[in-house]
Design a protein around this ligand. Structure first.
Ligand SMILES: Nc1nc2c(c(=O)[nH]1)N[C@H]1C(S)=C(S)[C@@H](COP(=O)(O)OP(=O)(O)OC[C@H]3O[C@@H](n4cnc5c(=O)[nH]c(N)nc54)[C@H](O)[C@@H]3O)O[C@H]1N2
Ligand SMILES: Nc1nc2c(c(=O)[nH]1)N[C@H]1C(S)=C(S)[C@@H](COP(=O)(O)OP(=O)(O)OC[C@H]3O[C@@H](n4cnc5c(=O)[nH]c(N)nc54)[C@H](O)[C@@H]3O)O[C@H]1N2
Ligand code: SF4
Ligand SMILES: [Mo]
Length: 831
């Protein structure tokens, strides 16, 4: 940090330290550092100090992109937040939880790094030199600039980055109907898509259909096998870990497939290490063994997937209309208001040896179909799947994945013979360039062995659905005069941002982007290829950052707006992946310094832009608007009831997703085949369609692949591990969390370390063509050879030199706008 930034932070310190120490005494007494509390089911809530009349307790929601969304009690004494404890959801105590981060909120509230007042940049971008200004000056300067850009270049010259740092409705940044999103829509500004965690969700939708493909965790205990495949619940999904252990207690065998030995592995019955980014190849090897033994679930596949459908030479399905019968109009689709089209796919009926619409076939054939049906050259999806599986051998899969032939065969037996199997996945496989193909192959394994839509068989991890929300209605809320919002503006992909800002062009066409507004995100630390991010932020005309702390993105702002802490304002926590309750957050204390609730800032900006009529609501109005949905009405959830109950059951996972093999596609069948390739982004990229039609394509990761030519120069691959003590970069400002994770490290396999002459505690530099980082070495036998693991949420100033976030690449798979955080190769130098 520069002198000014330091003096600014030091200026804040005087107040904060004193306040924090006062709070910390109570915190220590509460034993806040002893670790993560277990589930509280069956236990009474902890001692209620409020009974002694000393403390007032407010309801709170922990709402970072940890996405567990725990319900907390916020204890206040003399107007100061002194501690947090787990809230009590009496009807389902299995969701009562708090972790050390949740316990350390007072330290965030009173952190020395909090932004105190609005500021204007006076130094170079990134230097962190600012001067204090008033709120009026800040709002006027921002909106004067924006009005100028809008006049000259149109509304899309301003872009908003909707970040995930706060999963609240009023103050949050996410695209869940937040006020921030409403402001962006009203202004017709562009939205910069974070492009994170996309491949997993995308492939679920494409293969299993819209809606949730995740079964309720209560199902896991009914499985014979639970496979934790590329997810790290003990660190990343804390609401979930107890369900794995429940399943184990109930007799399920736990298998952990990971690239390193970690706590999940230590709790599992079987740990199976795999080479990074090769799980898809391993799944194909498992499938080969399954098919060689005839262990596939033919009847499930026939009845519930597109395997028997006939594909023509033009890659579309043979349909009744191809046989000369015009499509019929079906019932009106309530979403589009248009009639559905009835034009069923044709299958070959084994019983009658004739071509009939799939719903009328007695026994749709999977194989043995004539080459030509009704004048069309066709193949069943199934026969193409079999061909592709036959391109693989267990030995080839073993060679690529590093998993022994024996172990692959054991997995085949597990999936093919010893079900039901619940497969628990999340984002661990997502963060590679080949992420979509990995998921396709594993999902195919689940479908082809019939491990889906049945008790104890399916996809686990706990998902999230907003059963009760009217998010779109919130965002598109008309003004009180009935005017419509101008937007939404265009979506911009992260990977194109540097080009847009630098060349003022998007896919060869002029695109004068002038201003970027970030709230609830730390893009410098979290988006891929940091040096490119920094170049973009240095070149953009006008950057507004709304933040709680002076983090790496804040250092670049032209205008910095200080947001208050979550417990200093009212909100509703709407997003959570594994905790099925909405949580109402009461205001527990006054915002410190001159910080303000984000809700008020968004409203002030909207009003100053001349859109006051669109922001004529208070918290109650907006929450009620979001709750204006059939489900919330049915459940009787309103702002007033939430203020009473604090929590309300929200997104309900189906107990068994796609139960009975009913998939939410028009034909009810899960999909292996894509008729039409629809990339989820368009940057004029060329697409090799041969990779995309059949869901059993696999290719290696880009740099994590051991055989990639780049590995000659950069022999190690680096996992970006989520930190135990931070959610992304949040909690960086809590000093005592550093007792657990002090500084950036790189973990090496002992043999690699010996070859490199590295011992624990050495200073090492990891680098590639894109970036460099200097950190401390740690040696661990849990690390596979040629792989390094680095906890990844440190700020630049916490590294000895460089920054971890500089080494990743900023490029997407041809159809999936998915950032890759784990697919990176480096060389290592001992300093
Ligand atoms: N404490 C904490 N919790 C968090 C977050 C945080 O920053 N900190 N972030 C939140 C967010 S936004 C997300 S998206 C989730 C993500 O939650 P998870 O999906 O659980 O992802 P990760 O924590 O990255 O864990 C990935 C696991 O996959 C393993 N892995 C990596 N590559 C491979 C591979 O090629 N094959 C296999 N089989 N395994 C592999 C890693 O070793 C690791 O154990 O976590 C959320 N929770
Ligand atoms: N190398 C690497 N990079 C990664 C990942 C990885 O595994 N490795 N994981 C990726 C994933 S999966 C994700 S989801 C992203 C997450 O990326 P981000 O969403 O950028 O995550 P955070 O670091 O939590 O940043 C949130 C910011 O919001 C601020 N904030 C919190 N609450 C509020 C509030 O109420 N108001 C305002 N105005 N600001 C607030 C916090 O101070 C913080 O700076 O990171 C991605 N980046
Ligand atoms: S950080 Fe995550 S697991 Fe910890 S208390 Fe907050 S929401 Fe819960
Ligand atoms: Mo994420």
């Amino acid at each position: 940090m520069t002198d000014n930034a330091i003096s600014n932070a030091a200026g804040q310190r005087g107040f904060s330290r004193r306040s924090f120490i006062k709070g910390a005494a109570v915190l220590g007494a509460a034993g806040a550092l002893t670790g993560c509390s277990a589930g509280n089911e069956g236990l009474e809530p902890a001692v209620d100090a409020s009974k002694a009349g000393q403390e007032q307790i407010f309801s709170g929601a922990c709402r970072s992109q940890c996405v567990q969304g725990c319900y907390l009690n916020v204890h206040v004494r003399d107007g100061q937040i002194v501690r947090t404890t787990a809230g009590d959801i009496a009807e389902e105590r299995r969701y009562n939880r708090i972790c050390p981060k949740g316990l350390s909120h007072p330290a965030r509230v009173y952190s020395a790094e909090r932004l105190k007042y609005p500021m204007r940049r006076v130094g170079e971008r990134g230097e962190g030199k600012f001067e204090r200004i008033t709120w009026d000056e800040a709002i006027k300067e921002i909106t004067d600039k924006w009005k100028g850009y809008r006049e000259e270049f149109g509304p899309e010259s301003i872009a908003f980055f909707l970040g995930s740092g706060n999963t609240g409705l009023l103050g949050g940044g996410t695209a869940d109907g937040s006020v921030f999103q409403h402001l962006q829509t009203v202004m017709g500004a562009c939205s910069v898509l974070p492009d994170r965690d996309i491949a997993f969700q995308d492939r679920m939708m494409k293969m299993f259909g819209p809606g949730s493909a995740m079964s309720d965790p209560s199902q896991w205990a009914k499985a014979n096998h639970v496979v934790i495949w590329g997810t790290n619940p003990t660190v990343s999904c804390k609401q979930m870990i107890r369900f794995y252990l429940d399943a184990k207690e109930a007799g399920a065998k736990l298998t952990c497939i990971d690239i390193q030995y970690n706590t999940n592995a230590s709790k599992s019955d079987w740990f199976l290490p795999v080479h990074p980014g090769t799980d898809g190849a391993m799944a194909l090897g498992i499938l080969r063994e399954v098919f060689d033994n005839g262990w596939q679930d033919t009847e499930f596949v026939r009845a519930h997937t597109d395997a028997p459908l006939l594909v023509k030479e033009d890659n579309t399905f043979l349909r009744r209309s191809d046989l000369g019968i015009a499509p019929e109009e079906g019932p009106v689709n309530p979403r589009t208001g248009k009639p559905t089209v009835i034009d069923p796919e044709i299958v070959w009926d084994e019983e009658t040896q004739s071509a009939v619409p799939a719903p009328q076939a007695a026994k749709p054939a999977l194989e043995g179909v004539p080459e030509e049906v009704e004048g069309f050259k066709v193949r069943t999806v199934y026969s193409m799947l079999v061909d592709r599986i036959n391109e693989w051998t267990v030995e080839k899969a073993s060679e690529i994945s590093g998993v022994s032939v024996e172990d692959i065969k054991t997995l085949a037996r597990m999936y093919g013979q010893e079900g039901p199997v619940t497969t628990c996945m999340n984002q661990g496989l997502n963060h590679y360039f080949n992420g979509i193909y990995t998921y396709e192959c594993i999902f195919a394994l689940m479908l082809l062995t019939g491990n889906f839509g049945k008790e104890g068989a399916g996809l686990g991890s706990g998902g999230g659905q907003f059963g009760v929300s009217n998010a779109a209605g919130c965002v598109n809320q008309p003004s009180n005069k009935g005017e419509k919002p101008m937007g939404p503006g265009r979506n911009l992909n992260w990977t194109a941002m540097y080009d847009i800002v630098h060349n003022q062009e998007l896919v060869g066409k002029p695109f004068p982007l002038k201003s970027l507004y970030c709230s609830c995100t730390n893009i410098v630390s979290n988006q891929t290829e940091q040096n490119e991010t920094k170049k973009m932020l240095s070149e953009v005309d006008f950057l507004v950052v709304q933040e709680m702390t002076m983090n790496d993105t804040a250092l670049y702002a032209d205008i910095l707006l200080p947001a208050c802490h979550w417990f200093e304002t009212e909100d509703l926590r709407v997003r959570a992946y594994n905790m099925p309750y909405l949580v109402y957050n009461e205001k527990a204390a006054e915002p410190l310094y001159e910080s303000k609730p984000d809700f008020e800032i968004y409203k002030a900006l909207g009003t100053a832009m001349g859109y006051g009529d669109f922001f004529d609501f208070d918290a109650k109005d907006y929450i009620n608007l979001w709750l204006d949905s059939p489900v919330a009405k049915k459940e009787g959830i309103t702002y007033d009831t939430l203020r009473e109950t604090k929590v309300a059951r929200n997104h309900q996972l189906p107990v068994i997703a796609c139960e009975g093999g009913k998939f939410p596609f028009p034909n009810g069948r899960a999909r292996f085949w894509q008729e039409k390739i629809v990339p989820d982004y368009d940057l004029g990229q060329e697409i090799d369609e041969s990779k995309e039609h059949l869901m059993l394509y696999w290719e290696p990761a880009r740099e994590a692949n051991l055989d990639a030519p780049i590995r000659e120069k950069y022999p190690f691959t680096v996992l970006a591990e989520h930190m135990r003590t931070r959610n992304h970069t949040q909690w960086w400002d809590v000093d005592y969390m550093k007792e657990f994770e002090k500084q950036p490290i790189a973990r090496f396999n002992p043999d690699d370390a010996a070859k490199l002459g590295i011992v624990e505690g050495d200073t090492v530099r990891l680098y590639n063509d894109r970036g460099t980082m200097t950190v401390v070495a740690v040696i661990s036998a849990g690390q596979q050879p040629t792989t390094i693991a680095c906890p990844r949420s440190f700020l630049t100033r916490e590294h000895i030199d460089g920054d971890f976030a500089t080494i990743s690449f900023n490029d997407y798979n041809q159809v999936s706008r998915n950032q890759c955080y784990f697919d990176q190769a480096v060389a290592v130098e001992k300093l």
